[in-house]
Design a protein around this ligand. Structure first.
Ligand SMILES: [Zn+2]
Length: 92
């Protein structure tokens, strides 16, 4: 299923959810029954570049002003027991 935005000139934007392979037809407004036109919006995609930039900025900031913690951080909790097969892996 895909979500499509349509706009009625009198009632505003509304959305239509239909299968992605359904034939395209212009729906009518559910409120007034008038004609509606498709509204296109940019996809909600985050840029990996911005995540990279945030990580680089955080690394740069911590290099000049390291974060001082009031106490030792607690180690992460493991919810599952370690895999016994890992003991048979070759060691350096
Ligand atoms: Zn309408």
């Amino acid at each position: 299923m895909a979500r499509y935005d349509y706009a009625c000139e009198q009632c505003g934007v509304f959305e239509v959810i239909r299968p992605i392979d359904a034939p395209i037809h212009e729906p009518t407004c559910a409120t007034c029954g008038g004609a509606a036109r498709r509204v296109y919006a940019p996809p909600a995609v985050t840029s990996p570049r911005s995540a990279l930039r945030r990580a680089r900025d955080a690394a740069e900031a911590s290099a000049h002003e390291p974060t001082v913690l009031p106490r030792m951080p607690t180690p992460p909790r493991h919810d599952h027991p370690p895999n016994p097969l890992h003991a048979r892996l070759p060691r350096p």
